[in-house]
Ligand binder design. Structure first.
Ligand SMILES: Cc1cc2nc3c(=O)[nH]c(=O)nc-3n(C[C@H](O)[C@H](O)[C@H](O)COP(=O)(O)OP(=O)(O)OC[C@H]3O[C@@H](n4cnc5c(N)ncnc54)[C@H](O)[C@@H]3O)c2cc1C
Length: 405
């Protein structure tokens, strides 16, 4: 049995004074933002899947939006969740700005991945739509300098809504997808390229880029931009401008669909993400890359594998690293299984070097084997006991996470 919540997509109420909205769980991100936008508000949750993913799915998977620095991840945005479970309705009677009420059952609903019941609605925080939204970008000589810049940015009070660092491979991939320029624009682009490579001495095979989305009042945005660019300058960064910033930010929404397009050309591609402490970033990136190349060679897969990575989220203690993998599998038997095994091996290596099971994709079935290395035995018992007591007939038998077979 599968349940489609697409028709449960209504806004039940909005309380402008308390900055809250109650929305049914089947609403998509785009529809929610469009409804609020017409009234001058936003929630600000913007995952790359914003067009298709739903409020219920965000809660069930512990989702993370690209603009979390301003609006928070899903757990910061949601104030109350309603779930219909085999034993009844799980919810707080009232939402609270914050509450010390002992155990909070609704916390268990985050990341429940369909195992406990159906999330039917939630109360979310809303914000006035920012008056100004501005993009910018900065290029750095290499990945290490870009990471150092992010580290120093993470301890300031001018972190923009979104900040992202892409590695050299992804930077070049983005350049390759740029629309072709003609006439004066082409001359300008060539001069810029000459300046970056010949005058500033950047190496085209090492440089990387950060993109920023800054939001707020004009003075807020001005303050952020001034300080970000000053910090970037200290790290030898070169300003790439708002056009490149916007293109870079929006590119990942498009990249999300590249996987389906490439399948027609016998290329399997997938994304993997993890949370890593600041001290382990390089180690994890290197280990993942080496493992992919080793396994690609070991299985005699033709051509060269593709791997690139970016840091889409920064935190006080670490970052999210987002990998993109791909390889040509023409004439390879059982290529999906082979790719799945390679992905599994890379996840293992990522975790052995300090990365987590997932930052926002959740566990599902693919990552079930890594729960042992994530939660203590008694923690898993606690979750199983709760599930068995609350859903003894296993009505919600989707089997995700620790319930996966
Ligand atoms: C191209 C692409 C880009 C993505 N980018 C991001 C990103 O930037 N950030 C991010 O966090 N994630 C991202 N994701 C992952 C995915 O979009 C998120 O996990 C999203 O939160 C899932 O929402 P959904 O409505 O699509 O749920 P589904 O994929 O339909 O379901 C996901 C899980 O949640 C459960 N579930 C869904 N709705 C409910 C409900 N109402 N009640 C109970 N359980 C429910 C399902 O049973 C399932 O186990 C991306 C995925 C793709 C394909």
């Amino acid at each position: 049995v599968s349940v489609d919540l697409r028709r449960m997509n209504k806004v039940e109420w909005i309380n402008e004074k308390d900055r809250r909205i109650c929305v049914q769980a089947g609403i998509t991100g785009s529809d929610l933002e469009a409804w609020l936008g017409e009234r001058g508000y936003c929630v600000g949750h913007e995952p790359d899947s914003v067009e298709l993913s739903t409020l219920g799915g965000w809660i069930a998977t512990n989702a993370s939006g690209m603009k979390k620095n301003r609006y928070g991840n899903i757990e910061d945005i949601v104030e109350n969740v309603t779930m219909i479970s085999p034993k009844g309705i799980i919810e707080q009677v009232e939402p609270f700005a914050r509450a010390s009420i002992g155990f909070k059952p609704q916390n268990i609903l985050f990341g429940s991945e369909g195992n406990l019941g159906i999330i039917t609605k939630a109360i979310l925080k809303i914000h006035e739509k920012p008056k100004i939204k501005k993009y910018n970008s900065v290029m750095f000589k290499n990945w290490e300098t870009g990471v150092e810049f992010l580290y120093n940015l993470s301890r300031t009070n001018f972190i923009p809504s979104s900040v992202r660092l892409v590695d050299n491979v992804q930077f070049r991939f983005g350049q390759a997808l740029k629309p072709r320029t003609e006439g004066l624009m082409k001359i300008k682009a060539n001069i810029q390229k000459f300046f970056v490579l010949n005058v500033k001495g950047f190496n085209a095979d090492e440089m990387c880029a950060t993109t920023f989305v800054m939001e707020g009042t004009s003075s807020e945005v001005r303050y952020q931009e001034k300080n970000i660019l000053a910090l970037a300058k200290k790290h030898g960064g070169l300003v790439g401008g708002s056009g490149n910033g916007k293109r870079g930010y929006l590119l990942t929404f498009a990249i999300a669909y590249v996987r389906d397009f490439l399948t027609d050309f016998h290329i399997i591609g997938e994304t993997m993400e993890t949370t890593v402490p600041w001290s382990k970033i390089d180690e994890v990136c290197k280990a993942a890359t080496e493992t992919l190349f080793e396994l690609h060679a070991k299985h005699n897969i033709p051509g060269k594998p593709y791997i690139s990575y970016r840091i889409p989220q920064i935190y006080h203690t670490g970052v999210c690293i987002y990998f993109m993998l791909g390889m040509s599998v023409k004439n390879i038997p059982h290529s999906e299984d082979l790719f799945g095994n390679i992905e599994h091996a890379i996840r293992k290596v990522i975790m052995e070097h300090g990365g987590s099971i997932s930052h926002h994709h959740g566990v599902g079935k693919l990552r079930k084997d890594f729960m042992d290395a994530t939660l203590s035995d008694s923690s898993m018992e606690l979750i199983k006991d709760m599930k068995n007591a609350h859903d003894p007939g296993n009505v919600f038998g989707i089997g995700n996470g620790i319930f996966a077979k």
